[in-house]
Design a protein around this ligand. Structure first.
Ligand code: G4P
Ligand code: NA
Ligand code: NA
Length: 192
């Protein structure tokens, strides 16, 4: 998506360690008009797929998922919660996700009330890096007996292996911007 690439070039800040800061429009302050156009773009990319609900993970995915839902027939948006501990509860679907940035595993939960057998689900998130968050959401869908129709990502870091692994598993991953190279020294960002 040209507009998103241009916005990343203009307002994104490349940090050491392959981190792209996009706080001014995506991760802290939100450009809702841009989110809406991103939602429209995903609706075009996933046209013809059945989507009953959108599943994301707190916190940065929520705003994007809500804007996207308006373009998928106002389906419900469900966000998986990052929990402190897993409490055994029949009502909860649970898994664990390893975070490379936080260097630890944390439990991720969704209530069975909001993710059901037979649901057709679109996964949404802001970043795709190592893919652990999306793998966790896939596991929650598997446990629910729901079908993952596609994975909608704002910014994929193509130099990390999450996107490749998910596509090799057969998932339909659509990223609006794929960063192939970034340089913290010069601040340059290159796209696929
Ligand atoms: P993974 O799910 O792809 O494996 O992600 P990873 O553990 O590598 O990253 C953990 C967190 O950092 C995720 O957000 C992810 O979206 C975010 N992230 C990864 N790379 C970048 C980056 O280059 N720039 C920015 N701004 N974020 C990045 P989170 O901490 O789980 O949650 P939240 O911020 O949504 O609350
Ligand atoms: Na995120
Ligand atoms: Na984030």
């Amino acid at each position: 998506m040209r507009e998103l690439e241009e916005r990343i070039r203009r307002d994104g800040v490349v940090r050491d360690g392959g981190v792209l800061k996009v706080d001014s429009f995506l991760n802290h302050q939100c450009d809702v008009a841009l989110f809406d156009r991103m939602g429209a773009e995903w609706a075009t990319l996933f046209k013809g797929k059945r989507v009953d609900r959108i599943l994301t993970i707190e916190s940065s995915g929520i705003g994007l998922a809500c804007c996207a839902a308006r373009h998928f027939g106002d389906v419900p948006v469900v966000f998986a919660k990052k929990a402190q501990s897993i409490n055994l509860d029949d009502d909860l679907l649970t898994t664990t996700v390893y975070s490379f940035t936080k260097r630890r595993e944390f439990p991720v939960i969704v209530s069975r009330r909001f993710l059901h057998q037979g649901d057709h689900v679109l996964l949404v998130d802001d970043f795709l890096a190592n893919g652990r968050a999306m793998e966790g959401l896939i596991e929650l869908c598997d446990k629910a007996g729901a079908t993952v129709e596609g994975i909608a990502i704002a910014i994929e870091k193509g130099f990390q292996d999450g996107g490749g692994r998910l596509r090799r598993r057969g998932y339909d991953v659509r990223s609006l911007a794929i960063v192939t190279r970034m340089d913290a020294g010069t601040g340059t960002v290159e796209f696929a």
